[in-house]
Design a protein around this ligand. Structure first.
Ligand code: SF4
Length: 88
């Protein structure tokens, strides 16, 4: 199975540059609303996080800055868990 088959059901198909709102808050909210109604939000966000696509566009309802922040927090917690395990 094509690992990107989920894209066939993306709610943003045909939305042009709507998912690339730069820092315009109204356009960001518009893009978030498109994601909110999307049936493949989890797959999209997982793909963005796994592939490091955290520089452009709203994915899974999160801006690039938000995705980088989530990634940073996950990495912080993983390191914390590794340290705790090493000290156990
Ligand atoms: S979650 Fe958003 S960016 Fe991802 S496929 Fe759906 S509409 Fe597109």
């Amino acid at each position: 199975m094509n690992r990107h088959a989920w894209r066939d059901n993306a709610n943003c198909i045909g939305t042009g540059d709507a998912m690339f709102p730069d820092s315009d808050q109204k356009r960001i909210e518009w893009a978030r609303n498109i994601c909110a109604a999307c049936p493949v939000t989890q797959a999209c966000l997982r793909d963005a996080m796994n592939t490091g696509d955290n520089h452009w566009g709203v994915r899974g309802g999160l801006t690039p800055e938000e995705r980088r922040s989530v990634k940073k927090e996950i990495n912080r917690r993983l390191k914390q868990a590794e340290r705790a395990k090493a000290n156990a």
